[in-house]
Design a protein around this ligand. Structure first.
Ligand code: GRF
Length: 184
């Protein structure tokens, strides 16, 4: 049976779109039943319309009830900037994508350009993307998959981010595919 997946996003939603494409093509044995948008007017909401995926925009509405009504098997955080409370973590497994090779460059304040800036400042030879489960201790849950990219001379946070994003779009659907096959 197809697994029910809910994606949470706060930004452009390119990872959300990579998951939506993989689900639509049947590559993932799962269906994205809801997008939770961390704020209004973000790119992810326009992308949801393209794939006919219902959207819940966080605000005064009761998110917990909406999630429970949808009955997900998996929640995927894809560029979601807020901390997920324990009552949501209790519903089903929650995965996250992080744009660096955890356990390095994770934790508080490590999101977006901050991550890539820190990687460059540390003089790392490589960076990459990590998919991991979320548990109460953020960015410290079990690592599911990683993909590496080189750090190149002259890289800026922007060029490094773009190189990492490219591998994110492959890695996240792969991890979700494996989950939906019951192999995780
Ligand atoms: C990605 O780099 C993801 O790893 C990070 O935030 C970015 C989101 O990009 N957590 P998008 O909204 O999926 O395009």
């Amino acid at each position: 049976m197809n697994k029910k997946i809910i994606v949470f996003a706060s930004g452009g939603g390119s990872n959300f779109e990579a998951l939506a494409k993989a689900a639509q093509s049947g590559d993932i044995k799962g269906q994205i039943v809801l997008l939770v948008a961390g704020k209004p007017a973000i790119g992810a909401i326009d992308k949801a319309a393209k794939y006919n995926i219902p959207v819940f925009v966080e605000g005064p509405g009761d998110l917990l009830s909406a999630l429970k009504a949808a009955g997900p098997d998996l929640i995927c955080l894809a560029g979601y900037l807020k901390k997920v409370p324990q009552n949501i973590l209790d519903i089903c497994p929650v995965m996250n994508i992080h744009p660096a090779l955890l356990p390095k460059f994770g934790g508080k304040g490590m999101h977006g350009a901050h991550v890539h800036r820190a990687v460059l400042a540390a003089g790392e030879a490589e960076s990459g993307a990590t998919i991991h489960f979320i548990d109460a201790d953020y960015d410290k849950g079990t690592i599911i998959a990683q993909a590496k990219v080189p750090v190149l001379p002259g890289d800026t946070p922007q060029t490094l981010a773009a190189r990492v994003l490219e591998v994110e779009h492959k890695l996240y659907p792969q991890a979700v595919k494996i989950f939906c096959e019951g192999k995780l």
